[in-house]
Ligand binder design. Structure first.
Ligand SMILES: [Zn+2]
Length: 164
């Protein structure tokens, strides 16, 4: 069972962290609860869950890892690049362990859209359903993320199964 966090305590921690370059709430004036709720709704509107998103990001990260530094092609039309820096980041919510400073950039060659996410982003989404606040350096806007990765917007259609 997931550990229960006090939203107020979490928010206070994040606001304090906002003074640093790793700030996760950015310039967002909304409370943490409102941020979490808005992003959760955006994901649900497309029939997805945070687990879906996290698994997809992890798979792309793993695919890109093979090319470490060089772009890797991922069907149908994505290019993934993984860049690793030294050091690790802790979970701001106090979970055990820390996360390598690995940036994964996914370029949608069909649409031209691009997103970058970190290993910490993947953890924050998996465990906390948190995409960071507006203006945070590694804010992952759920709509932009799902658009870029073409997730959840194409409804399953039995008549036209498969290729598109
Ligand atoms: Zn955590």
């Amino acid at each position: 069972m997931p550990k229960k966090y006090s939203l107020d305590a979490m928010e206070q921690t994040l606001r304090q962290a906002s003074d640093t370059r790793e700030g996760l709430l950015g310039r967002d004036a909304r409370g943490l609860a409102a941020i979490l709720q808005a992003d959760d709704e955006a994901i649900r509107r497309r029939g997805l869950t945070h687990a879906h998103i996290a698994q997809h990001l992890l798979a792309l990260r793993q695919a890109g890892w093979e090319g470490l530094g060089d772009p890797v092609s991922v069907p149908p039309h994505f290019e993934v690049r993984v860049d690793a820096a030294r050091g690790t980041l802790p979970c701001p919510f106090g979970d055990q362990g820390s996360f390598a400073k690995v940036n994964t950039t996914v370029h949608n060659l069909a649409s031209g859209q691009e997103i970058t996410f970190t290993d910490l982003n993947i953890h924050l989404i998996t465990t906390h359903g948190f995409y960071e606040g507006h203006g945070a350096q590694f804010r992952l806007d759920p709509e932009q993320l799902m658009d870029t990765l073409e997730m959840g917007k194409i409804r399953p259609c039995k008549k036209h199964d498969g290729m598109h």
